[in-house]
Design a protein around this ligand. Sequence first.
Ligand SMILES: Cc1cc2nc3c(=O)[nH]c(=O)nc-3n(C[C@H](O)[C@H](O)[C@H](O)COP(=O)(O)O)c2cc1C
Length: 229
Amino acid sequence: MTSTTRRKFLSLAGATLAGAGAAGCSIISGGDTSSGSGPSKIDRPLDKTRTLVTYFSVPETDSPDNMTEDEENSTHIVDGKVLGNTQYVAQIIENRTGADVFRIETAEDLPLDHDTLEDLALEQQEANERPKLKALIPNLQEYDTVFIGYPIWWYDLPMPVYTFLEEHDFSGKNIILFGTHGGNRLGETVEAITEKLSDSTVISNAFTISRDDMDNSEAEVSEWLDSLG
Ligand SMILES: Cc1cc2nc3c(=O)[nH]c(=O)nc-3n(C[C@H](O)[C@H](O)[C@H](O)COP(=O)(O)O)c2cc1C
């Protein structure tokens, strides 16, 4: 990828923000009600023993000291520990629900340098690749509600998340989506996942929060969880 392409992502992100502002929407808050076609609520309280929180997240450093701007953008520090933004949201959901957690990881380590990671992500997207995962959920049959969290990468899902969706059988399950982003909110990822998981109930009330708003995420996530029913 050229730096011209990278600039394109930034300027389009800016355009999205400007558009949202003009429409009078909150531009960085969470609790986005997406236009997906599923129900906006789950039909019963969450049973923590039957609920699994899954997420993909790439914090670009594990050291809280002397971070670059890119590293700060992709991380949130909790008690001195560096978490990815999506990882942090997953942790809040875990704490609030008591559910089990599964982290989606690629078999090969991803580059932590931001530009190198962006280049790789774009190459994978252009080639419609399905990067191999380190592990699959061993006991998916034990869960009937699965949260799936991801960052927006190049306006879309990271390709490893497509691998994750395709290598599991989510049929009959409630699927609840959450994402973090740098300006593009959820893009069309809820629609993409709803189409892909056509035998599941994908809840339309997906959550999104900007990487610039992570300090507010605990309250935003709690409010969203309460709104799920
Ligand atoms: C490879 C890559 C591509 C990205 N593309 C977008 C994008 O198209 N739109 C957007 O809003 N943010 C984009 N971002 C920003 C991330 O969505 C944002 O920083 C997110 O909070 C990262 O989550 P994480 O720390 O859990 O990995 C991109 C980040 C990376 C690393």
